[in-house]
Design a binder for this molecule. Structure first.
Ligand code: GLU
Length: 294
């Protein structure tokens, strides 16, 4: 059952320990959900083979130590493979997919139409005949990825931080050549399956949201409202990384981490329930937080 007020979520990929930037995003996701009476769900995005169960456990323990609470069981994408396969089968049956034999290099070097957006799939495999497909299969000797045959080139999402955001929708991958469901598919299917109607995450994913919202629309799912929050950067303006010094909860400590996150948001509160009293989505900082380890 989904509650009438819907749900927010945090969806970490267990490839490395959460750093203070990820923790701050989780705190914001929690504040957005709880301040609007939503449930808050936790999902481990462990479809990729780079994922590590110990890392996932540490991520969840770190979130709990900060006071991030979630409803129900943690969902693990690795346990939901059937759910993604069913949607891929449904899209295939509706003739919405095509096989793609391109390598990254093929895509980077393909001629592109004038004004085609940077990084968008150039359409190489979109209209191959059965004979051409067979020839490509023989030549590449690897199983094809499946891409969505999109009917649009852009789509608009509503974002609480960025307003209406219009971005590129190309023929994006829904299942990788190795059979693993693509992130853009899994995230949409999971959010809909869990009744998630509020997606709060780092603004590095803003550009992916039109693809995801378009897929949700195609599948007849409700559109979530988005809030892509600014990332945390190091003093050089680059993404925070391990080499930047103390960046994880284990290195910084719970009290100091909470204090730094609260300060970065302009709050005097020092616990999550107290921060709820000061939280206002309209006064959120719009620029990246520059983190300097103490
Ligand atoms: N798992 C993704 C990440 O850790 C986030 C996915 C999402 O929030 O949609 O970057």
């Amino acid at each position: 059952m989904t509650s009438p007020a819907g749900a927010g979520r945090f969806a970490p990929s267990p490839s490395a320990d959460l750093h203070i930037g990820n923790l701050r995003t989780a705190v914001l996701a929690w504040l957005f959900a709880r301040s609007t009476g939503r449930r808050f769900l936790m999902r481990v995005e462990d479809l990729d083979d780079r994922t590590d169960t110990d890392v996932a456990d540490r991520q969840l323990a770190d979130l709990a130590a900060l006071g991030v609470t979630w409803d129900g069981e943690v969902e693990r994408q690795s346990a939901q493979r059937q759910r993604y396969d069913d949607v891929v089968d449904q899209l295939a049956a509706d003739h919405q997919l095509f096989e793609c034999y391109c390598s990254r290099k093929d895509i980077a070097s393909a001629p592109r139409a004038p004004h085609a957006p940077e990084g968008a799939y150039p359409g190489t495999c979109r209209d191959l005949t059965a004979a051409q497909r067979a020839a490509r299969r023989d030549a590449t000797r690897r199983p094809p990825a499946l891409r969505l045959r999109t009917a649009v080139t852009s789509y608009t999402v509503h974002d609480i931080v960025h307003g209406d955001y219009t971005g590129v929708v190309d023929d994006f991958v829904v299942r990788r050549g190795d059979g693993v469901p693509a992130y853009n598919l899994a995230v949409v299917v999971d959010d809909a399956a869990s009744g998630i109607d509020q997606v709060v995450r780092g603004d590095d994913l803003l550009a992916s949201s039109p693809r995801q919202a378009y897929l949700a629309h195609l599948l007849g799912y409700p559109q979530p409202v988005y809030a892509h929050v600014p990332l945390v950067l190091n003093a050089d303006g680059a993404r925070l990384a391990k080499r930047d010094g103390a960046v994880t909860l284990a290195e910084i400590g719970v009290t100091e981490t909470l204090a730094m996150i609260a300060d970065s948001l302009g709050y005097t509160a020092r616990t999550l329930p107290e921060m709820l009293g000061e939280f206002d989505p309209l006064t959120l900082p719009r620029s990246p937080w520059i983190y300097r380890p103490g």
